[in-house]
Design a protein around this ligand. Sequence first.
Ligand SMILES: Nc1ncnc2c1ncn2[C@@H]1O[C@H](COP(=O)(O)OP(=O)(O)OP(=O)(O)O)[C@@H](O)[C@H]1O
Ligand SMILES: [Mg+2]
Length: 222
Amino acid sequence: MTDLAIQALGVQKSYRGDGVVTPVLRGLDLCVPAGKFVAIMGPSGCGKSTLLHILGLMMKPDAGQVTLVGKAIHDLSAGQQTMIRRKVVGFVFQRFNLLSSISALANVKLAARLRGVDTRTTPAEMLELVGLTGQARRRPGQLSIGEQQRVAIARAMIGRPPLLLADEPTGNLDSDNSHRILDLIRRLHDQFGQTTVMITHSQSAADVADVVHQMKDGLLAK
Ligand SMILES: Nc1ncnc2c1ncn2[C@@H]1O[C@H](COP(=O)(O)OP(=O)(O)OP(=O)(O)O)[C@@H](O)[C@H]1O
Ligand SMILES: [Mg+2]
C-alpha cells in the first residue's frame, strides 16, 4: 500500500455569516502519496485556499476525515491542532506574512523555536540554501519582494516538516521572480523529500509539480 502523506475524504466546508450559508467544499477527496509534489488549479473562489487552510490545520472542516502523515486531524482540539501544525506543516502565503519588525534570520529562528529542535539544518543554513546569507540581518522591508518570499520559504522549511503547503506562492511576483521561486520550491522538494501541495493560477507554475489537480465547484478532478 502506498504511504499517504495526505488523505482527505468527504471534506465539507461552508462559511456562515449574516444568515447566509456559502457551501465551498462539497465532499472533496484528496490523496497525496508521501514525497509527491502536487499542484492544485481552479477558478477564483472555488475553495482552493479553504482546502489548504484545512490541510494546514488553520481551519476545521464541517464534515469529512483528514489524515496528515498518519495522524487524524479533523477533530482535534485547538491546542492539539497547533502542536501538530508546528511539527508537520510549513506554510507559504501569497503575501509572505513575515514579521516586519525583526530580521530575516530572526523570522526563521522564531519558526525554528516554535517547531522545536532543529538538528539537521540551522536557520543560518536554511537562509544559505535559499541564497540569502548576505541579507540575513535585514528586516523584510529592506528586502526585495522575491527575497521576502525566499525568507518565507526558509521559514516554512526550517526543521524539515514533512508537508509544505504553498498558497499561490508566486501570485505577487513578476515572471523572473516567479521562476526563481518555483525553481527553489522544486529544488527544496527534491532535496528534503517532503510532500508539497501548491495552489497556483499559472499553468507554467503547475508544470513544476508531479501531478496537477483541477478544482471545480468544491471538488477535485484529476
Ligand atoms: N471567511 C469567509 N467568510 C465567508 N465566505 C468566505 C470566507 N472565506 C472565503 N469565503 C468564500 O468562500 C469561497 C472560497 O474561497 P477561497 O478563498 O477558498 O477561494 P480560492 O479558490 O482560494 O479563490 P482565489 O483563487 O481567488 O484565491 C469564496 O466564494 C469566498 O468568497
Ligand atoms: Mg485563494
